[in-house]
Design a protein around this ligand. Sequence first.
Ligand code: TYD
Length: 223
Amino acid sequence: MIEGRQRGRFITFEGPDGSGKSTQAERLAATLRADGLDVVLTREPGGTPLGERVRAVLLDRDAAGRHSARADALLFSAARAQHVDDVIEPALARGAVVVCDRYADSTAAYQGYGSGLPLDQLRALEAFATRGVRPDLVILLDLSVEAGMARRMAGEPGSVNRFESPDAFDTAYHERVRAGFLELAGAEPARWRVVDADRPADEIAHDVVVAVRAFLEPGREGR
Ligand code: TYD
């Protein structure tokens, strides 16, 4: 950290496909910018040229054949390492608010709870990939598996799962992922906020902004 300059804040969005994370991340970034804050909006997998190439490899998994969960965990983590070095850490060091659509908790939920990789090994991988850069606040957009599937089927913007065709939807896997996210949130309530995502986008956005402002400016609500 540069002396005399306050370190920024790192906020991530997590949740299932179809929960509206990308839309909510964009709306939050716009609101915070309107508040006059320096905001960096980014996403995973992606966020850097390497990350976008890794994203393309991950998206191409149908063509490339099935990836093992370990290979996926390493690919997501490789993209994350570059993302931390090139985007997230420099922005935090200059005092910016970083808003990221998915981060390491997605690896724990999907490759850990969903695919069954040992969580302790994934946490060690996370520590290596991120050099310990963890979100200060995680917004979990929680949605039932049925509601998420219905949204994807309806083709709502941002709800299309590029990784699976609808007929290949594995309900049990997605139930484990959802339960995993909720378990992570329950284990660290000071860092996580769970927001019900089965509501209109405006209502979700309102709750997100209230939670984030309370976090960024503790005591403001009481003034
Ligand atoms: P994302 O681009 O957020 O898709 P969507 O907009 O549909 O939510 O993420 C793509 C997929 O990658 C999503 O199904 C979750 C998965 N994923 C993991 O399995 N592990 C990870 O570490 C990350 C970052 C994403």
